[in-house]
Ligand binder design. Structure first.
Ligand code: ZN
Length: 300
């Protein structure tokens, strides 16, 4: 335990040197991120937004703003200046945004803006076609076969696009589950263990959507005995939307799910990639292994 602690201390010390070096070397390292919140069926959202803000700022790469909509209904005043940001992170699952805000957001991503979709944000806006294109796959929100196929890996490792009818979005009881990397050469996943254990979370299954220009980086096996599908469900996806880069993680149901070091690093790297197309955030020594989850207790 002591050895782990001192190894970590050394690593954090090294990281702060690296970060300090990077900051003096280039002002361009200062990326601007915007987290959107305000409505969510996940009541923990003010805290999960603060957690994600802290995780991004800890990299030394980002400054992060949080913008909050009105608590109910379409907020006529919700119109952030998306263009002021390198990446937008959605922690929002609520009423439609006003039309001009929707149009502005579509243009922002299409013209090269970064976008990160976290957990229930993929439940939002089932009837907004451009949003469904951006996120690749979604759940609930009235989604069904008209929205696109189910996408998963079979036991032989083959990607399946299943157009059979049925609703989109489901999960069994929360549990810890193993993430399997499907592309070890992508900047977001490079250097991660091929398999690592994620902290207690909802394992989303049966997501469906257009899934065009979508690349699955990682999956998790949705076991039938855990109320799942018996399929390998997408857990990290990238989507190209025009010139924009989108990173999508269905993980992150609760604060304890987000304390997983695997989630933290995935968010940091996914956001950096969405913002810049490259990743400099390293894999830390306390990253989970196949057999062991790794938690960083969140302190406000
Ligand atoms: Zn959830």
């Amino acid at each position: 335990m002591l050895r782990v602690a001192s190894t970590l201390a050394v690593w954090f010390a090294m990281m702060s040197l690296v970060v300090a070096g990077a900051a003096t070397a280039a002002e361009a390292a200062d990326l601007k991120a915007l987290i959107i919140e305000g409505q969510n069926n996940h009541r923990v959202w003010p805290k999960t937004s603060r957690m994600m803000k802290k995780y991004l700022e800890e990299t030394g790469l980002f400054s992060v703003d949080i913008v909050r909509t009105a608590p109910k209904g379409t907020d006529p005043n919700f119109h952030p200046e998306f263009d002021a940001y390198d990446v937008v992170i959605s922690n929002y699952n609520g009423a439609p945004w006003p039309k001009p805000t929707q149009e502005d957001f579509v243009r922002y991503v299409r013209d090269g803006g970064g976008f990160v979709v976290v957990h229930a944000a993929n439940n939002a806006f089932g009837n907004w076609p451009e949003y469904n294109e951006m996120i690749g796959l979604g759940g609930w929100g009235g989604r069904n076969e008209r929205h696109g196929p189910y996408v998963y890996f079979d036991d032989t490792g083959k990607l399946v696009r299943d157009t059979s009818p049925g609703r989109g979005g489901h999960h069994g009881p929360q549990h810890e589950f193993v993430i399997t990397i499907r592309d070890e050469n992508h900047p977001i996943t490079r250097g991660m263990p091929r398999q690592w254990k994620h902290a207690r979370d909802e394992l989303y299954d049966s997501l469906r959507g257009p899934a065009s220009n979508m690349h699955v980086l990682a999956t998790a096996y949705s076991a039938k005995e855990k109320g799942g599908t018996g399929r390998h469900e997408p857990m990290m996806m990238t989507i190209r939307y025009g010139k924009g880069r989108v990173f999508h993680t269905p993980m992150g149901h609760a604060d304890y799910s987000m304390e997983c070091v695997g989630f933290i690093v995935t968010l940091q790297r996914g956001a950096e990639w969405a913002a810049t197309g490259r990743v400099t955030v390293p894999i830390p020594p306390d990253f989970p292994t196949k057999d062991k989850v790794s938690i960083r207790k969140f302190v406000e």
